[in-house]
Design a protein around this ligand. Structure first.
Ligand code: CA
Length: 331
């Protein structure tokens, strides 16, 4: 067992990276901490014995390079000789959108000094990263700052033409069916994580937006929340979408997209950044940052010429930047 547990200064937020087995969750006083927020993520399956049948394997996106979600890739992050996994969405040939905490493992609101990040698109390729831009008001995974947990990453080489990019503008509402995509841990909703994160394995799940937290500045929804409902609630108001559909993120899904998907296009409405509960079980709450209030920052940043402006932008933002955490991990 090897558990890395990070607790923020105000003790309100807990994030963890791990390579432990699910039973470990029950042997220490960590349980009391796990009911609080933690940054994480993986796409969970439903009840192991539920109907329709479901499993972490059945949640895998088997279409690889031909997937409608081929813009969603896994992040392999090395910081201080430790390896972490997270997720990200390519929004153009040169840019990724993800969670800021993925790059701020020491939680000081700034990108870690010794960090390397690779972006893996299954069956398409592995791409290096050049520079990181944390949302300027992100100061760490805590308090109001979790509403600013966004980062843009500039790739060291353009992505190939086969990649399909999401539409960025949309105003989500309560009741919207959302698609969750990530490379994190997985498992069963009736007992939690059983499968490690893997940046070669993309999983897909669904849920319904239950409520929002709003941005004081713009009045727009800035955080969305959804609950992981058990299959017995299918057909009930606010209940499960179905045992083989309903899901929640898990460690390693941090930075992955919250989408509204159609038959031939996907609309990006948010970025998965947090969940709270008991380790991927029914009843847990997941959520993320809604991008609508940040579209201006996104478009301004990706319009920056690289590398000339990158250093200027970093200085102007006070520096910041960066990252925060991740999820699956190991090594
Ligand atoms: Ca739900």
């Amino acid at each position: 067992m090897n558990i890395l547990l990070y607790v923020s200064k105000d003790d309100n937020l807990v994030m963890f990276c791990c390579n432990y087995k699910v039973e470990c969750l029950w042997i220490t006083s960590l349980l009391s901490l796990l009911v609080k927020y933690y940054s994480c993520f993986a796409i969970m399956a439903g009840d192991e014995n539920g109907v329709p049948i479901d499993s972490p394997f059945l949640r895998i996106d088997m279409l690889g390079a031909n997937s409608l979600f081929n813009c969603v890739g896994g992040l392999e992050i090395t910081s201080n000789d430790r390896l972490f996994y997270a997720s990200a969405t390519a929004i153009s040939k040169n840019w990724l959108l993800t969670a800021a905490h993925n790059f701020d493992l020491d939680e000081n609101g700034v990108v870690d000094e010794q960090i390397t990040v690779k972006f893996n698109l299954p069956e398409i390729g592995v791409f290096g990263t050049d520079s990181f831009y944390l949302y300027p008001e992100f100061t760490g995974f805590s308090g109001e700052s979790i509403k600013r947990d966004l980062a843009l990453v500039y790739l060291s080489e353009p992505l190939p033409d086969i990649v399909l990019y999401p539409i960025l503008a949309l105003h989500p509402v309560v009741g919207d069916k959302i698609t969750l995509v990530g490379f994190g841990k997985s498992g069963f909703g009736n007992y939690g994580y059983t499968v490690q994160a893997n940046i070669d394995i993309r999983r897909i799940g669904f849920n319904t937006i239950d409520y929002f937290e709003y941005d004081n500045k713009t009045g727009l929804p800035v955080l969305c929340y959804y609950d992981f409902d058990c299959p017995e609630t299918v057909g009930c108001l606010g209940g499960s979408l179905g045992n083989d559909l309903e899901s929640i993120i898990a460690p390693g899904d941090s930075g992955g997209p919250i989408l509204i998907s159609g038959s031939n296009e996907i609309k990006l409405v948010g970025v998965s950044t947090f969940c709270k509960g008991y380790g991927g079980r029914f009843g847990d709450i997941g959520g993320g940052v809604i991008i609508e209030p940040y579209l201006e920052w996104i478009f301004e940043t990706i319009a920056i010429e690289i590398p000339e402006v990158s250093s200027f932008f970093l200085m102007q933002s006070g520096v910041l930047i960066l990252l925060r955490f991740i999820a699956g991990k190991q090594k």
